[in-house]
Design a protein around this ligand. Structure first.
Ligand code: PLP
Length: 431
């Protein structure tokens, strides 16, 4: 029988490339038909066949207080009733900027934009404009949105100037991006020794969430901070995913390292399009209208999206919010690990705050290379078994998962029970 999801997917493919507005939604990596979502509430969403799933992507992070939280919805409705967009400043934008500066103390000034891509792209331009240098360093496996300079992977050879990972990115742009190994402080130090005076900035996910969850070692980030200061390059933490998610103050509060610039998104809009970049005031002063680095946005600081973001930030500042979230997430990954062990499956899991990673591997990955050794086939089998049991995980072995404040003990227990059955299926495959 054809399901509504199948019907909608066939229809979507007629009018939209691949049937989706962002590639990972298409289920290419895991196979099968994407679910078309009709509504969401708390820890759940429903698809077009009216099936309810426990949701572990939370819109890829933003839904940290649970879907359709009454206070967020109310803030949006009230803001919308006052008008959708003015193209002139509002007090709400000041409230938001002040709140961000308060929660992330390395940010002295901030500018609001509408997507993480836009924020990362603008932070790069700012770093280049402020230093007068062109070269940037990024790390294999980190994602910073789809700006030209950032869709680049390591080339071959020791000093790896990048190769584009997307058609349409000129070699001439990619050649300014150096792509290094995550968690390899020695390599970073060597590159700075060789050409540190040409490097505008280093951009990194201080806790990586786009090659599955991978923690940076403290030494890696400390080395980065040290060499950036020594050579006058800007250190940019891309906390679009980790910000307000791994801890209220983001990954930088966990490691105790202050970057020069921070990129934010996802949670900061509570499900509506808000992102931001900010940091040292002397750097931010290079932005137009004060300085020569141009950056602008018709809908930047939009009153409705900012209202959703502010309502979300207020909720996550409740005392103990992140402690409870971290405890629930940790219960989930411990339960999953125990269930896998019961069935003799090579599996591990990790979590930081409300973000988690599942790995079909003997040991926790510590680098991009070890991450790529995880068993993708087993993940895909697991993903579909969980989906059949109404648990929606990220549809790729190399994406992180997200828990919301509405994932209570009963939901976690239900998830672990479903996983136990899924691991049993995998154990049976192996036999
Ligand atoms: C999601 C993400 C981005 C891109 O944000 P968009 O809003 O999708 O453009 C950038 N950096 C990181 C670390 C992300 O997780």
């Amino acid at each position: 029988m054809t399901t509504q999801n199948e019907r909608l997917f066939a229809r979507a493919q007629q009018s939209t490339p691949g049937g989706v507005n962002s590639p990972v939604r298409a289920f290419r990596s895991v196979g099968g038909t994407p679910r078309f979502i009709t509504r969401a509430e708390g820890p759940y969403f429903w698809d077009a066949d009216d099936r309810r799933y426990i949701d572990y992507i939370g819109s890829w992070g933003p839904a940290i207080v649970g879907h359709a939280h009454p206070e967020v919805v109310k803030a949006v409705q009230e803001a919308a009733a006052r008008g959708l967009s003015f193209g002139a400043p509002t007090e709400g934008e000041i409230d938001m900027a002040e709140r961000i500066c308060q929660l992330v103390p390395s940010i002295e000034q901030v500018r609001l934009v509408s997507s993480g891509t836009e924020a990362a792209m603008s932070a790069l331009r700012l770093a280049r404009g402020a230093t007068g240098r062109d070269k940037i360093i990024k790390f294999e496996g980190c994602y910073h949105g789809h700006a030209d300079s950032l869709l680049v992977k390591a080339g071959s050879g020791l000093l790896t100037f990048g190769n584009p990972t997307s058609a349409g990115v000129p070699e001439d742009f990619a050649k300014h991006t150096l792509v290094l190994d995550y968690n390899n402080p020695q390599q970073l130090e060597d590159v700075f020794k060789k050409m540190g005076d040409q490097i505008a900035c280093v951009i990194v996910e201080p806790i990586a969430g786009n090659m599955n969850l991978l923690r940076a070692t403290p030494e890696f980030l400390q080395t980065m901070r040290r060499v950036c200061t020594q050579y006058g390059a800007a250190l940019i933490f891309d906390e679009v995913m980790s910000g307000f998610r791994v801890a209220l103050g983001g990954a930088q509060s966990i490691y105790g390292i202050a970057p020069d610039l921070t990129v934010l998104g996802k949670v900061i809009g509570g499900g509506l399009p808000v992102a931001a970049f900010g940091g040292r005031a002397d750097l931010m002063q290079h932005l137009a209208p004060l300085g020569g680095v141009y950056q602008a946005g018709t809908l930047s600081g939009n009153p409705v999206t900012v209202a959703a973001g502010m309502a979300t930030l207020k909720l996550i500042q409740a005392p103990g919010f992140h402690d409870t979230l971290a405890a629930q997430t940790s219960k989930l990954v411990q339960g999953l690990s125990a269930a896998a062990a019961d069935h003799g499956i090579a599996f591990c899991a990790d979590s930081v705050g409300g973000m988690f990673g599942l790995y079909f591997a003997e040991q926790l990955p510590v680098s991009y290379a070890t991450m790529m050794e995880c068993d993708k086939q087993r993940f895909n089998r697991f993903f579909h078994a969980m989906l059949d049991a109404n648990v929606y995980l990220a549809p790729s072995a190399f994406e992180a998962g997200f828990v919301s404040a509405q994932h209570d003990d009963a939901i976690i227990a239900q998830t672990i029970a479903a996983a136990s059955d899924a691991f049993a299926l995998i154990a049976n495959d192996i036999k």
